[in-house]
Design a protein around this ligand. Structure first.
Ligand SMILES: C[S@@+](CC[C@H](N)C(=O)[O-])C[C@H]1O[C@@H](n2cnc3c(N)ncnc32)[C@H](O)[C@@H]1O
Length: 281
């Protein structure tokens, strides 16, 4: 039996029962990964890791943790809020990033963009265009501290989140507010996970109701930003460009390569062609 701060005795339910009842609610709401969501939300409410949940499955969930968990499950099932906005954090490569509704939640497939840049020459000047939470720029600087990393975004809100992540993680990034390369005069490489969703595409409510629309949509074919970005990168002397793109978009993006540039495509872990590479021959 545990005693709540009010002095009232509270038995609570054990971790395994709390998980089971959340699973029923999450399955009923047809969320995509109910078990994982229940575990992440309960671990977060208790302030422990998911592994600790299983090592301590009889531990009672009481008081503020029980209240926080109930509220988290309600937000996930009724409001369809993504787990990362509820917990306020998302893992990306070696980093834990703070995220909220001002930024797109970094996706696992975007980690391939960082991989594509790991072989850049020593000291290269790199720009992450549309940095959002700062995910790509921060992970790259973390793994290649010798690079000079810049990051841009049209959203001041997003830049506040990215800047706060950079400060907390003690990673030296130069942020710029503005369109595409935001007047950065010269760069060696451009990385971007730009908005690439076609107008009118059907997306999950987690995305359409909670993530910033400016981070998602890019015109009728989803290529409005990419179409301007590739020539803009060439104009500031970039020798290498890596772009995350949507399913089926690589042929159209490769066709945008300037004269004298070569292209290649890398698939993500699901086997979907995801990153288009373009480089000056
Ligand atoms: C798909 S999100 C990517 C966020 C982050 N890089 C990631 O991978 O998680 C696209 C980002 O580009 C920004 N953006 C949209 N149009 C832009 C433009 N023309 N120039 C610069 N940034 C832009 C959005 O505000 C958003 O933060």
């Amino acid at each position: 039996m545990r005693t709540e701060p009010s002095g009232r005795a509270s038995h609570g339910v054990p971790v395994r029962e709390a998980l089971d009842s959340a699973l029923v609610a999450l399955r009923g709401a047809r969320v995509a990964s109910p078990r994982l969501d229940a575990e992440v939300l309960l671990a977060h409410a208790l302030g422990i890791t998911r592994t600790q949940l299983f090592l301590d499955a009889d531990r009672p969930v009481t008081g503020p943790a029980a209240h926080a968990f109930r509220d988290a499950v309600r937000r996930r099932t009724v409001l369809r809020e993504p787990v990362a906005y509820i917990t306020g954090t998302k893992g990306f490569r070696r980093l834990d990033l703070d995220v909220d509704r001002r930024v797109l939640i970094p996706r696992p497939e975007t980690e391939h963009l960082v991989e594509a840049a790991l072989t850049l020459p020593q000291g290269a000047r790199v720009v992450d265009v549309g940095t959002g939470s700062g995910a790509v720029a921060l992970a790259l600087k973390d793994e290649r501290p010798d690079l000079e990393v810049h990051a841009t975004d049209t959203s001041e809100d997003a830049l506040h989140v990215a800047y706060a992540n950079a400060r907390r993680l003690n990673l030296d990034i130069t942020f710029h507010h503005g369109d595409l390369l935001a007047r950065i005069p010269e760069v060696d490489a451009v990385l971007s996970n730009p908005p690439y969703v076609e107008a009118g595409a059907r997306l999950a409510p987690e995305i359409t109701q909670h993530e910033p629309a400016d981070a998602l949509y890019a015109g009728a074919d989803g290529l409005d930003v990419v179409r301007r970005l590739i020539p803009a990168a060439a104009a500031v002397n970039a020798r290498f460009v890596a772009l995350e793109v949507g399913e089926g978009q690589p042929p159209a993006v490769r066709a945008l390569a300037p004269e004298g540039w070569a292209t290649d495509v890398h698939a993500d872990l699901a086997g979907i062609d995801r990153v288009v590479l373009l480089w000056r021959r």
